[in-house]
Design a protein around this ligand. Structure first.
Ligand code: 26Q
Length: 817
């Protein structure tokens, strides 16, 4: 760790640069500049510093001669960069002082930045945390993603219903942290046909695309914590280069060419807003291929520029596929090796299958990607041939392993037979990778046991676990400066790069002074959140109440409606019995629903309508408040997480691959109420059973219950509190004058069969919640548990995740600059 920047920082030069950008880049004067112009000019001046380091890192001979990881992801949910980069550069206070000389308050300026929302949720945020940890630990890396013009939609509410608006994250002025790299642009083909050519007496297949587009890279600097290492996050933007292919035009395929023209401008227009649900749309496949092809070509360009032979690709480059979304990169690399580099199949396959590794993020069947064979054949005819070839050779292996077992062949085949033949991208990834990992211990076990048992038998060393993590720089040091300072005052300042050191706080868990300081920080963070809520939503919050938080994408399997049923049960008990004892609670939700996910939107509507009623009902609103914070995004999480007392992680067991919000909240001293699912299992292992509230069915119970014929009515009829809570959805209690408007949820849970076992877990959840309530009323005991949560979750640093990848999968060496 060399805080070199800190030493070489030249304040006067920096101030001159800010002023220069203010006038030449943003065309304004110091007298007339808005806060936004000041923020832009400041960030541009800062990004010049990191661009220099980026270029130096890129040309560093030690890095060129070392092995790198290429992290391919359709999503990078990076959040605001300016504040976090200042922290990583170690110059926050210097810049604060410098900007104050210009009459500007740094914190105000930082609020001007819009979040680049280039991801849906967990998977995209994980990619961002991983880039931070790679740079912090100086493992050579490049992140490859897409430069969407519109990120994840902006959410607002109209009469309780979710409204979506486009998110033009770059603004009209452009994003100050990115730099265009036109010299690194790539041409990418689509459609067309394949022909056979003779090259040196050998038959070679050659793809003649029917349309070509340009991939323009934009680099965003990933700044290593207190080092000069800056790796690129390279985001590809699609631009049209020709109105249509002359060849298609001459072949008479005029309409196909026209159609292509329309698609070209659209390819990177917008991020698909589905999370854990695949929809087989042509444009999505075009995005995926565009991303893969541009990235693969850039990787080979870098490899050859460093003077390496293509045969040595796996020695210098590894390619991590963030879920199956970039899976088409596998046949793309094969195509280049076979058709452009003239290799034979076994040479090419050896290289390709030693280069790729794949991370699985889901077991949900509806989220496993399959693509219509006919679509791939039309869009990428040569890739489809290569997929057939991969499958053909793979099925021979299957036949050798299980002679005569047709069922095995059908199950493992990359091609799913049937009326519409489909390509199973997960199977392609397992066959084409040297390592496959799940994202939490339990998830990885289920990947082996339920998702890919035959693959596990066939390739016993291929399936691994790497438990997810979060960057402690953004998710503690940056977002919770008071807690950070308190921790540093007790255990020194190396915990941000060695999070296990937090365990030293264990010794202070019973220390009454420390407990008071710790809880005072929590209180201040709750006040900060309450002020935000008052200012933006005009809701008054009692900051002595329990802040009970569920913030994540809206999904049935995440069971926001279980949380809601608990709230209804409290409301019911309070209205029935005004003496009902409970610590006051503020329930905080934030969640976006995929625009096409009807039930998810109904759940948002229900939460909003119930909030409206309860928050204005004097019979209960001293005890109960509900806040649905609109437009959940990284910068909002940075305010909510430090203020959280209770972290809701209540997915049906076996459904949440890992979760990472659970880690962020525990690290900031929240107590988890959660199921035995995903990384909750490992959080419990770390913090101990007495410091977490585990409830509900476990994976095996879920299976047994489903197998025995689960009937939600059994629970409804047997549990009066459950029945009363659910029945509240039927009348017009929460939709005055409009009875039945919340019926959809009621019906999905009863006649709909309750696929995620909300009713089965209700009683156990309510019981766990009452333990939470009891505990909160003993503040000393609560403080101890909160401290122990912070102290004992060091494992969940993404630095550790990256070291696991490095040691067990990528085999990289650090290159210190
Ligand atoms: C696929 C095809 C077409 C359109 C969209 C998609 C798509 C997009 C995003 C499918 C899935 C996603 C995102 C999945 C995701 O975020 N999964 C989460 O990954 C986290 C990081 O590993 C885990 O912590 C969560 O448990 C998991 O749900």
């Amino acid at each position: 760790m060399k805080p070199v920047l800190q030493k070489s920082f030249d304040k006067q030069l920096f101030l001159d640069n800010v002023k220069r950008h203010l006038t030449s880049t943003y065309a304004t004067t110091q007298e007339h500049a808005t806060k936004r112009s000041w923020y832009l000019a400041m960030s541009r001046a800062l990004s010049e510093l990191t661009t220099l380091d980026l270029l130096e890192t890129e040309q560093d001979e030690h890095i060129l001669q070392a092995k790198s990881v290429n992290y391919l992801s359709l999503e990078f949910l990076i959040g605001r960069l300016t504040g976090n980069n200042l922290l990583n550069m170690g110059i926050i206070e210097m810049i604060r002082e410098a900007m104050s000389e210009l009459g500007q308050d740094l914190s105000d300026l930082l609020e001007e930045e819009r979040d680049p929302s280039l991801g849906n949720g967990g998977l995209g945020r994980l990619a961002a945390c991983f880039m931070d940890s790679l740079a912090a630990q100086e493992f050579p890396a490049v992140g490859y993603g897409l430069h969407y013009e519109y990120g994840l939609f902006k959410q607002s509410f109209s009469e309780g219903h979710q409204q979506e608006a486009p998110d033009a994250w770059c603004g009209v002025e452009g994003y100050p942290w990115e730099v265009a790299r036109p010299e690194l642009a790539q041409e990418i083909g689509f459609y067309g046909h394949v022909k056979t050519e003779q090259v040196n007496g050998r038959e070679v297949r050659r793809w003649i695309p029917g349309m070509t587009v340009k991939g323009m890279p934009w680099d965003i600097p990933v700044v290593g914590y207190k080092s000069n290492t800056v790796y690129p996050l390279r985001l590809w933007e699609c631009q049209a280069i020709a109105p249509f292919s002359l060849e298609s035009f001459n072949n008479g395929n005029y309409f196909e060419a026209q159609h292509a023209l329309i698609d070209a401008g659209n390819i990177t227009k917008v991020l698909y807003p589905n999370d854990n649900h695949e929809k087989g749309k042509t444009l999505r496949l075009m995005q995926q291929y565009f991303h893969s092809a541009a990235s693969i070509r850039d990787i080979i360009r870098r490899h050859e520029l460093a003077g390496h032979a293509i045969e040595d690709l796996p020695k210098f480059e590894t390619i991590q596929l963030n879920d199956t979304h970039p899976a088409i990169a596998i046949p793309e690399l094969m195509r280049i090796l076979l058709d452009e580099k003239g290799m034979n199949w076994s040479e090419a396959w050896k290289i390709s299958s030693q280069t790729f590794a794949y991370t699985n993020h889901t077991l949900l069947p509806e989220a496993l990607e399959t693509w219509d064979e006919a679509l791939i054949l039309r869009l990428l005819p040569r890739h489809m041939e290569i997929i057939y070839d991969i499958n053909h050779r793979f099925l021979q292996e299957v036949r050798t392993q299980w002679p005569g077992d047709v069922t095995k062949q059908q199950k493992l085949s990359i091609i799913q037979e049937g009326f519409h033949r489909m390509v199973r991208m997960a199977n392609l990834c397992v066959v084409g990778s040297y390592a496959v990992n799940g994202v939490a211990a339990m998830h990885s076990e289920l990947v082996k046991r339920d998702l890919f048992p035959e693959f596990h038998e066939l390739y016993p060393d291929r399936l691994l676990n790497v438990t997810n993590g979060i960057t402690p720089r953004r998710w503690l040091q940056y977002c919770n400066p008071d807690l950070s300072d308190l921790i540093t005052s007790k255990i020194g300042d190396s915990w941000p790069v060695a999070l296990d050191e937090l365990s030293a706080l264990k010794a202070l868990a019973d220390d009454s002074d420390f407990q008071h300081e710790f809880m005072a920080v929590k209180k201040a963070n709750k006040v900060r959140l309450a002020e935000w809520v008052k200012e933006h939503l005009d809701i008054e919050l009692n900051t002595d109440a329990i802040f009970d938080v569920q913030i994540k994408r809206l999904h049935e399997y995440k069971r926001q409606h279980l949380n809601l049923l608990h709230i209804l049960s409290l409301y019911y008990r309070l209205t029935e019995n005004p003496q009902f004892e409970m610590a006051p609670r503020v329930f905080i939700f934030a969640a976006k629903a995929a625009p096409g996910y009807y039930l998810a939107k109904e759940i948002i509507y229900a939460i909003n309508m119930i909030a409206e009623k309860i928050n204005h009902d004097p019979k209960v609103n001293e005890k109960l408040k509900i806040v649905f914070i609109p437009d959940y995004r990284v910068s909002m999480a940075e305010i909510i997480i430090p203020a959280t007392d209770v972290s809701e992680q209540i997915s049906t067991a076996g459904k949440e691959a890992s979760g990472t919000g659970n880690m962020k909240m525990a690290l900031n001293g929240a107590l988890t109420i959660g199921t035995m699912d995903g990384a909750n299992v490992e959080i419990r292992e770390e913090v101990g059973d007495e410091n977490i509230y585990i409830f509900g069915l476990e994976v095996d119970d879920v299976e047994k219950l489903k197998a025995s014929g689960y009937n939600p009515y059994d629970y409804y009829n047997a549990d009066p509190l459950l029945k009363a809570s659910l029945d509240l959805l039927l009348g017009d209690t929460f939709t005055p004058g409009h009875p039945g408007k919340l019926r959809t949820i009621y019906e999905s849970l009863l006649d709909g069969g309750d696929p995620y076992l909300v009713l089965a877990d209700f009683a156990s959840y309510v019981e766990a919640q009452s333990k939470v309530d009891q505990q909160y009323r003993d503040q000393t005991g609560w403080a101890k548990k909160a401290i122990l949560n912070t102290a004992l979750v060091g494992k969940f640093s993404s630095d550790r995740s990256i070291r696991d990848y490095v040691d067990n999968i990528w085999k990289l060496k650090q290159v210190k600059r």
